[in-house]
Design a protein around this ligand. Structure first.
Ligand code: MG
Length: 510
């Protein structure tokens, strides 16, 4: 059938643009850190003139901040003047999706440019995210943005939440980051008020929350209200120390994941409770970072990207408005998130971009902007957004975007149309016109059989690549997740240890 051929060709063309052939010369073997530092230094010396023209990259990734949580995305509750200014000075993406509605697969996808099933991030012993001491994580053979940039002489630092595996093989310092300061997983995966020491086998095993410096546990059960200020301090220190060479800073905030501990200076003025205070703390952090970049004279040489790993839980004052659904779902509210991109003098100011774009596009986009022509990865799914962010014409509007949840292909978007197949393992065929109906409220499935057939055929091609757990299909392109034979938690609960216990300790999780 001609239309099917057309769309098969379209899909293949898109896939072929995304397929990046492994270039062995471009990817030196992973070396012990001392050797890597010395080779980086040599590389900097050899290519100093060229490197000086490469942009610095600051990638800010929030946790569970929803589409409707920022002033520049319509929030009337949260005050976000720095982020609103950032939007006025750069691009505001209005159809930007992360590749999963859950933390671990979203972050692994963001860092590698791959849909989660391609890198084995589907389910983890029946759970949607990684937990302390799990034996899985991002495979050492996968190439992150940090590794690609590091091997080209960038200074790299991860600050904040990782959540791509807590075993030594999987930590940031084994994935291209020179340094790591932050939490290996979610901030509700430590000991909280209500933990009991007998009679609850799961809770008693919950290890104290580790705050890490590189691969070492620096503190157990840190004061979470202090974390954002400590992260900002570390970010400023890193940018100052790296100002004479290109740098990549990945700042993954603790907010607004539960439990929410926020400094009193933010809670005192919030008009949206502790949730609003957390959003406003993120805004403050962005302001400090942008001011520091300006103070260092690096504004025109630094790309700053602000986004979130998935939608809001939409409780406690959170909002995905006007989108339907929330974190953990493949409704728009689960995966369409805020995304701002600021690069003064290089990209337009105050422009809203409605073209479909995704976190998985950042890997090829940033590599291209950093002058990396041989992308060091066997195969990825993201597309280079270079033309889009520079305002040149692009056909990205028609690229298919896939909505995976725990390995199920639950929905697909092509152009204005989004076709749902299932929710939580149950078949749920629905079709929405997102241009006219971003809230996914008017089902067009019965009226648009041609659209349904067209999107279904593209989805079937995708299933052959990535598999579909609900349909028990294996994907031909799926690579195995990283796995270690013996896993252990980074910390162990010791009843006699004097852990930090806050008087305001919270029981919230999620
Ligand atoms: Mg999250």
């Amino acid at each position: 059938m001609p239309w099917l051929d057309n769309f098969t060709n379209e899909w293949n063309a898109i896939i072929s643009r995304a397929v990046l052939v492994l270039n062995s010369e471009a990817l030196p073997a992973v070396q012990p850190s001392r050797y890597r530092l010395s080779t980086q230094h040599a590389l900097v010396m050899q290519q100093q003139e060229h490197l000086s023209r490469r942009p610095n990259i600051v990638l800010i990734n929030c946790d569970d901040v929803g589409y409707g949580d920022l002033g520049c995305y319509g929030s009337q509750k949260n005050k976000t003047p720095a982020l609103d200014r950032m939007a006025a000075e750069g691009l505001k993406f209005t159809s930007f999706y992360q590749a999963s509605p859950w933390c671990s697969p979203s972050r692994a996808a963001l860092l590698t440019g791959c849909y989660p099933p391609r890198i084995g991030f589907t389910e983890f012993d029946g759970m949607p995210v990684l937990f302390p001491g799990d034996r899985w994580g991002l495979a050492s053979s996968e190439v992150t943005i940090a590794r690609a940039l590091s091997e080209r002489g960038y200074a790299t630092q991860a600050i904040g939440k990782w959540h791509c595996g807590d075993q030594p093989d999987f930590l940031p310092t084994n994935h291209g980051f020179d340094h790591f300061f932050g939490l290996p997983y979610s901030n509700d995966m430590g000991r909280q008020v209500g933990e009991i020491q007998e009679g609850d086998r799961e809770r008693i095993k919950t290890p104290p929350l580790p705050l890490m410096s590189d691969a070492e546990v620096l503190e157990q059960q840190p004061d979470q209200a202090s974390l954002t200020a400590r992260y900002v301090n570390e970010a400023v220190r890193f940018m100052r120390a790296s100002r004479h060479r290109p740098f990549f800073l990945y700042l993954a905030h603790v907010y607004v994941h539960l439990p929410l501990y926020v400094q009193q200076r933010f809670t005192a003025r919030s008009e949206n409770g502790v949730y609003g205070a957390a959003v406003e703390a993120i805004d403050w952090a962005t302001d400090v970072i942008l001011q520091e970049i300006a103070r260092l004279g690096l504004s025109n040489e630094t790309i700053v990207i602000f986004t979130s790993d998935n939608g809001s839980l939409a409780v406690n004052g959170g909002s995905n408005a006007p989108l339907r659904g929330r974190k953990g779902t493949t409704w728009e509210g689960g995966m369409r998130v805020p995304c701002l991109l600021r690069w003064p003098g290089k990209v337009a100011a105050g422009v809203a971009v409605d073209t479909v774009a995704s976190g998985i596009d950042l890997f090829p986009t940033l590599c291209q902007l950093a002058g990396i022509t041989h992308r060091p990865t066997p195969e990825i799914d993201g597309l280079d957004l270079g033309d889009l962010i520079h305002g040149r014409s692009t056909n990205l509007m028609e690229r298919p975007f896939l909505f995976f949840n725990r390995g199920d292909l639950e929905a697909i978007r092509v152009g204005e149309w989004k076709l749902h197949f299932s929710k939580s393992g149950n078949e749920q065929p629905l079709l929405f016109d997102l241009d006219r109906d971003p809230s996914e409220s008017i089902d067009c499935f019965a009226e648009q059989p041609g659209v349904v057939a067209r999107l279904s055929s593209i989805a079937n091609l995708a299933r052959s690549e990535f598999g579909d757990r609900r349909l028990a299909l294996q994907g031909s392109a799926a690579r195995p997740i990283g796995q270690v034979a013996q896993a252990r938690t980074l910390t162990e609960f010791d009843p006699s240890h004097p852990y930090y216990v806050a008087e305001y300790d919270l029981a919230d999780r999620g």
